[in-house]
Design a protein around this ligand. Structure first.
Ligand code: TNX
Length: 511
């Protein structure tokens, strides 16, 4: 089947790959890698990229990614040979599914095959990592642009591979969210959860409730004028489109019934006594609650859910539910029993932090497990009754935890999380009583109490997000700290070339 491997003799000795990049250098680790002992493929000034139909936009994106550093024209054509060929439905390989791909590289060409465009996009991310790190340069570099020969067959372990950005505690403008989408999509992350409202700020325009953003779009936990802002619904639609072009689905979250102080400052009728609380800029949690006995609460919740559902092409709508310490337990359960079904009424699957497992209606929901303990019997019970679980244990997956007590940003209430701690755990067997079959995926949340600018977002997210992405994509059989550590060390140069402000963990030998 190795159709493209024509150069088995001769040239291999004279034309070694110029970088240390091998077929096994990729993050997240592919499911199957079979290197070939032949010469690599070499991208040249005459290389053509070929694709038709729905493969075409993915091919265009690949060409655009490879042009700046190579300086080659890399035209995208319907037909041709000897170049990089992207094709859909050309393999009768159900194993790769909707998001997997098959990549074959020989000195005579590169063939990327998938069943769906999402699979081609994933394969393109692999191709980019197989080229020398200089491919990330913004201007032309002289380099041997080789791709090591062999075959990769790949598909994700989990359907849900997520990152979360908290826009409430500090607002981050759409341009920064887009840069974040660019970075996460390279690691085959396919969901971006946006935490759009909290005690300190409300960041998404809602028709009929204008004060949510005009009053609630303030500084959050920011100081000296930073931290404020909000997304109009048009901004939001534009982000949804931008993400979709990179096969990332946005998951909106409005946190209820706790974490609502900003909404109550704007609309005092959402409190039980009708008195507006003071705006909050501190980082405490657990003090606010919607008034679960008032009908206006449910009109508010329904307006928000209906509008977010209409803005969301993806399947999930997150309604928070965490740390409702100021809501009496029976009121909390009653609230969730009314609000969880509202999400379904507007055509979405409800998604919430693991506390929602206390409500019987959560059996139809996705539950986000953030506990630092591995024992949450109520989550196990909900999973047994049909709920799906996304793993985000705070002591492993929280990107806002400090790396160690000396690193500048972040908090440490769930401990410190060095790269190895973020990497060395198995989401498939983490939460006791939650069977592997109930695990929908893994998400790395980035809360933003301390994040004043995008550089600080990058510093908290990278390199740990690469570790979480590998847990979410790669089969457990590939899990290997030494291998990951070495691949990550080599990846560092790519972040450096892109100007990504990542944490140079002392656990890693950076290139
Ligand atoms: C807890 S964990 C929160 C957030 C904070 C975060 C800070 C969870 C679901 N809620 O409100 O931002 O800790 O690490």
């Amino acid at each position: 089947a190795a159709l493209l491997l024509t150069g088995m003799t001769g040239s291999a000795g004279r034309r070694p790959p110029p970088s240390g990049t091998t077929l096994s250098s990729v993050i997240p680790a592919p499911a199957e890698v079979v290197p070939a002992p032949s010469a690599p493929f070499e991208l040249t000034a005459s290389t053509v990229i070929t694709a038709t139909g729905a493969a075409r936009p993915v091919a265009d994106r690949l060409a655009a990614a490879l042009r700046p550093a190579t300086g080659f024209p890399l035209p995208v054509r319907a037909a041709g040979s000897g170049g990089i060929d992207l094709r859909l439905n050309a393999t009768a390989d159900p194993w790769i599914g909707d998001e997997g791909y098959r990549l074959e590289v020989g000195d005579a060409g590169v063939a990327l095959r998938a069943n769906r465009p999402a699979g081609l996009f994933a394969g393109v991310q692999t191709v980019r990592q197989l080229l020398p790190p200089a491919i990330e340069a913004m201007s032309v570099r002289r380099e041997r642009w080789t791709i090591p020969a062999g075959v990769i067959r790949d598909r994700p372990r989990y359907a849900y591979r997520g990152a979360m950005l908290d826009l409430a505690r500090h607002f981050h403008p759409p341009a920064d969210v887009k840069r974040f989408i660019d970075e996460i999509s390279r690691f085959k992350i396919n969901y971006l959860h946006l935490h759009l409202a909290d005690d300190q700020g409300w960041r998404i325009e809602i028709d009929g409730w204008p004060r949510l953003t005009t009053v609630g779009g303030g500084p959050g936990t920011g100081v000296r004028g930073i931290g404020g802002g909000f997304l109009t619904q048009d901004d939001y639609r534009d982000l949804v489109r931008y993400a979709a072009d990179r096969f990332v689905t946005i998951v909106p979250e409005i946190d209820m019934p706790g974490h609502v102080n900003a909404a109550q400052v704007a609309y005092p009728e959402l409190t039980c006594d009708g008195v507006a609380p003071r705006p909050r800029i501190d980082i405490r949690v657990g003090y606010s609650s919607l008034c679960t006995g008032k009908e206006v609460t449910y009109r508010f919740a329904e307006d928000v859910i209906r509008q977010l559902a209409a803005l969301t092409p993806g399947p999930y709508l997150h309604i928070g539910g965490d740390e409702a310490m100021s809501t009496a337990h029976p009121d909390y359960v009653a609230f969730e029993q009314r609000v969880l079904p509202l999400v379904a009424r507007y055509g979405k699957t409800a998604y919430g932090w693991h506390e929602i497992a206390a409500a019987p209606a959560a059996t139809g929901a996705v539950i986000q497990y953030w506990a630092v303990t591995r024992d949450r019997p109520e989550v196990a019970a909900a999973a047994a009754a049909g709920a799906k679980v996304v793993l985000s244990p705070a002591d492993r997956a929280y990107l806002d935890m400090q790396y160690d007590l000396l690193t500048p940003g972040g908090l440490h209430w769930a401990g410190t999380i060095e790269v190895r701690t973020a990497y060395d755990w198995d989401p498939g067997s983490w939460a006791r009583g939650v069977p592997a079959s109930a695990v929908l995926g893994v998400e790395a949340p980035l809360w933003s109490e301390t994040l004043r600018d995008y550089g600080e977002v990058e510093f908290q997210a990278f390199p740990r997000l690469a570790a979480i992405a590998e847990l979410a994509w790669s089969p457990w059989s590939t899990h290997d700290w030494i291998s990951f550590r070495d691949r990550l060390g080599a990846y560092g140069e790519r972040w450096t070339r892109r100007g990504v402000h990542f944490y140079r963990s002392p656990q890693i030998r950076w290139s």
